[in-house]
Design a protein around this ligand. Sequence first.
Ligand SMILES: [Zn+2]
Length: 282
Amino acid sequence: MKRALAALVLGCLGSGVAAFAAGGKDPPVRVTLTRLDCGATKQPRDIAIFSDTRAYEGVKKSLVASCYLIRHGDELMLWDTGYPVATKTDPQSPIALNATVVEQLRALNIIPAQVTRVGVSHHHGDHTGQARDFPGATLLIGRGDWAALTAAPASTGFGAPDPAPVAHWISGGGKVEQVRGDLDVFGDGSVVMLDMPGHTPGHHSLLVKLKAKGPILLTGDLAHFQENYDTGGVPGFNTDRADTIASLDRFKAMARNMKATVVIQHDPRDVGKLPAFPAAAD
Ligand SMILES: [Zn+2]
């Protein structure tokens, strides 16, 4: 019996080696994650709009906008693209943008044409603002958000979709992948867009599995700061309250089960969870 088991184990290992030798399975590729600075409030801002239960009346908070560069072997992907480039030179803007995404990539010796995928958590302008600088990239966006961006007549008001930064893709000039449910971006489970609707209809978070640092969960705008994450707070301008709470429930369970590092993209206190630019986590 023992011998039979040993033979079976050896047999399995043997076939694995054979499959590898035949090119059946590639070794895992190196994945790294770099945070890019995509804006920050010049002054603490009123955060009452981030609660539909009036949790933050009269409370002010500083927020940041974060974008991320993901290297997957030789391939480059951006996750969110921050505020528009014009923010940088607009003295009236409440947001400070010190360097554009293109400028930060240049410091890493990367030109925009090397970025083949731009994934966005959702359709708001502080996440799609610099997408237009990567016209050759495939835009990965939740199906519900794409529908909202291309709807006629367009919805208006705070939190409405902002088609201008992605006009290049709406006009058919660039390739779009409408993401329904989760999307395993590279097909090996290392980078997965997670279906987390509620903030917007097609909102996604991102899982990045790193070899040394372990799994990282980037929230998108599932929560804007730690207090809302902890208490299940829902911004008044979210498109669906029940979906937001269900998404938070799923996200938190994933974080627990995977022992993941949770990074709330707009929370300045989470910036230090990843190495400071230009360093990358791996
Ligand atoms: Zn945002």
